[in-house]
Design a protein around this ligand. Structure first.
Ligand SMILES: *Cc1c(COP(=O)(O)O)cnc(C)c1O
Length: 477
């Protein structure tokens, strides 16, 4: 399997060749040159597989044997998806399922993706990335210094995935005193000497700007082996495809049944994996894209207009991990929507990259969106508070604010005769303040994370200054 760029002007590469990079050199995103197909009999054979077997079966169709030998991939997958790692299950769930479901009522389920070390779904992909990075770097005799900016979830998922990994250092910038106390404690309490936390005096965008400035300094980037683990990384999307299969098999008895998924969305990474699962043959009815007040995706699926907002017009909400101005992975879906015509993608993004918008209706493609099963909706703070309250009252289940966005839109778009799985993208313990506001009491916290705020913390406070960050990086590698 080779990977091609959505902009069509970069050479096709193997999985491990694109593993450590971000955008293709032509500015596009990588996708498989064709989607592997799972037939009805393939699906039947996969139906009773455990998570590891399922992950191996799907990933081995995306990674050539000559690139990563099957035996090595098997070892990496088995090491990644262990019950001990995804242990923060709810009552009645089996950690061996890795992504267990939780039935709310007939044909309505949560798909729990957040039972891993940082209590958010980003662990599902990032943990695999950590083991793949270590493997590929050792094989090439290389090292990488990952530089990133986070407002909370991505940074902690990356650090827990990369801690102690040979050949990998992580330099993670976060806005000083702007994360929740729990999120800061998760990151800053790590004592591994390959993890470096930098608290930047400023807001998230200041941290992000520093990362961009360093990445644009090509000489510095090459000399210091700067890498990234952002959401456009293909391996992250590939890892996320697996749990759509797992969720489908968990709530169906045979392959003639269809299910729908509701996905709390920001950068379109998670729901893009759902689209790809569907393209591979998984019988998906609807893919419900749920946004918060930052509704650039909802606008697209309702009107055909894709209009990124710019960071000045991005709201800070109570589902902060979905506070995005543009949906970085969206180009992957549009590539398929335009019939994989890279020149068309270049044309559409020439206006987006210049700060503008495009209208898919003008290209005569709006009707085609429905054929891919996409529908959408959005929610605001009071919707989230209400849904969290109603879900506790009705089902005795406490959900987080992001999952609440998903459930709110799922209920609007639901056809009660089709199973609907709402992807649980974080556990409520991660966003305690919002839960207290909704319910008047704190959510349950896993016993192992009790008192995490009191552990000794390791972090460096720095001005929002590129040269200071560069000097720190050089001094510590
Ligand atoms: C990152 C994140 C999202 C958004 O996922 P995308 O792949 O960017 O669409 C939703 N919820 C939570 C809790 C997250 O951390």
């Amino acid at each position: 399997m080779k990977y091609i760029s959505t902009r069509g002007q970069s050479p096709a590469l193997s999985f491990s060749e694109i593993l450590l990079g971000g955008l293709a050199p032509d500015g596009g995103l990588y996708l498989p040159e064709s989607y592997p197909q799972f037939s009805d009999s393939d699906l039947s054979a996969m139906r009773d597989m455990n998570y590891r077997d399922l992950a191996f079966t799907i990933l081995s169709r995306l990674i050539d044997e000559q690139d990563i030998p099957a035996q090595d991939l098997r070892t990496i997958v088995d090491k990644t998806y262990r019950a001990e790692v995804y242990c923060y299950t709810r009552k009645g769930q089996n950690a061996e399922d890795i992504t267990p479901t939780l039935k709310l009522e007939n044909n309505l389920y949560l798909l729990s993706l957040s039972n891993g070390p940082t209590l958010a779904f980003k662990d599902m992909a990032m943990q695999l990335l950590g083991n793949l990075f270590e493997y590929v770097l050792a094989k090439k005799g290389e090292i990488t210094n990952i530089l990133g900016a986070t407002s909370g979830d991505t940074g902690s998922a990356a650090e827990y995935a990369m801690r102690g990994k040979k050949g990998v250092n992580v330099f993670m910038l976060s806005p000083h005193q702007k994360m929740s106390r729990f999120q800061a404690a998760q990151m800053f309490s790590l004592q591994d000497n390959n993890i470096f936390n930098i608290a930047v005096k400023g807001v998230f965008d200041d941290a992000q700007d520093i990362v961009k400035a360093v990445s644009n300094d090509h000489a510095f980037k090459a000399a210091n082996k700067i890498g990234a683990v952002n959401s456009i990384n293909w391996a992250r999307v590939a890892a996320q495809v697996v749990y759509y299969f797992k969720g489908y098999f968990a709530v169906t008895q045979n392959n003639s049944q269809k299910v729908s998924f509701a996905v709390p969305s920001g950068n379109f990474g998670n729901v893009c994996a759902g689209h790809i699962a569907r393209m591979m043959g998984l019988p998906i009815d609807k893919l419900v894209v749920a946004t918060n007040e930052n509704d650039v995706l909802d606008e697209f699926f309702k009107t055909g207009i894709y209009r990124p907002r710019g960071s000045a017009n991005t709201y800070h909400t109570s589902s902060p991990s979905m506070d995005i101005s543009k949906a970085s992975n969206f180009e992957r879906f549009v590539f398929d929507l335009v019939g994989r015509d890279a020149s068309k993608v270049r044309e559409l993004w020439s206006s987006v990259d210049a700060g503008g918008a495009f209208d898919i209706k003008q290209a005569g493609l709006f009707e085609k969106i429905a054929a891919y099963g996409f529908v959408s909706g959005s929610s605001n703070h009071s919707h989230r508070m209400n849904i969290i309250r109603e879900t506790e009252a009705k089902y005795g289940v406490v959900i987080d604010t992001h999952t609440a966005d998903g459930l709110k839109v799922a209920l609007e778009q639901r056809d009660v005769s089709t199973p609907m799985l709402v992807l649980e993208t974080a556990l409520p313990a991660k966003f305690e303040d919002a839960i207290v506001e909704a319910l008047g009491h704190a959510p349950e916290r896993p016993a192992a994370l009790e008192g995490i705020e009191n552990l000794p913390q390791r972090f460096e406070v720095m001005n929002a200054n590129v040269n200071e960050v560069k000097a720190y990086l050089v001094a510590n590698t």
